[in-house]
Design a binder for this molecule. Structure first.
Ligand SMILES: [Zn+2]
Length: 228
């Protein structure tokens, strides 16, 4: 079952269409091993600054960059199928994101993420995909399961939001008790918004937070469930 879900996710992430126009030169972000390929220099500088703050946040999670990462930003139609706001290609060390101007096309109007400004969402997606990149680079005996990967990414993404934006995303769900059993490989594919809310409830509970994520990163904690 898990193998099938992994393949399904890989297929979803790999579905790229069109021929985007990339910046002729990549911007090397200062003090990091990150390059950003974005036609707009102002947006490139913003991505670098966001990624740098993301690296600082992820260091608290025990995640340290060890290999080069490239970030490409292009129009949604050229980059992704609908419903795919960003992706990380582990083999190429490549993050791809829809630019803020076209990002809204990928966001379902009923989604939690439709509640915040496209620029705030864009910045948070840089953090989400950077989390995947660094977790993939982590020195572990085995690869994390999908639920572990997405737990780390959503915990970092939601942590990176301004409190007012996080409140908007989570509005209406703060009083609702979500069973932590929803943090699994199936729910992240079938209902990613429910998964994200479950992650935040779990992550923000006493005794969890960055310490729990460091346990996942180190391979001591996991949401992996043996398939039936
Ligand atoms: Zn993800």
């Amino acid at each position: 079952m898990q193998a099938i879900l992994r393949l399904a996710l890989a297929g979803a992430l790999a579905f790229l269409t069109g021929a985007p126009v990339w910046a002729e030169q990549a911007l090397a972000c200062e003090a990091t091993d990150l390059t950003v390929e974005v036609p707009d220099p102002d947006l490139a500088a913003r991505v670098c600054a966001t990624a740098q703050s993301g690296l600082d946040l992820l260091a608290e999670f025990g995640l340290v960059q060890s290999k080069t990462i490239r970030i490409q930003v292009g129009s949604q139609g050229a980059l992704h199928d609908t419903d795919c706001m960003g992706s990380f290609d582990a083999g190429a060390g490549l993050i791809r994101l829809s630019d803020p101007a076209t990002l809204a096309r990928s966001v379902n109007p009923g989604s939690l993420w439709h509640r915040i400004d496209a620029w705030a969402l864009f910045d948070s997606l840089v953090i989400h995909e950077l989390s995947h990149a660094l977790l993939q680079q982590a020195d572990r005996a085995s690869a994390p399961c999908l639920a572990d990967h997405e737990y780390v990414a959503y915990a970092a993404q939601l942590s990176s939001l301004a409190p007012a934006d996080r409140a908007l995303v989570l509005d209406g769900s703060r009083e609702e008790r979500i069973d932590p059993a929803h943090i699994n490989d199936f729910i992240v594919l079938m209902d990613p918004d429910l998964f994200a809310r479950a992650v935040w409830q779990h992550f923000s509970a006493p005794g969890h937070g960055a310490a729990f994520v460091r346990g996942i990163v180190a391979g001591r904690l996991s949401f992996y469930v043996e398939p039936f």
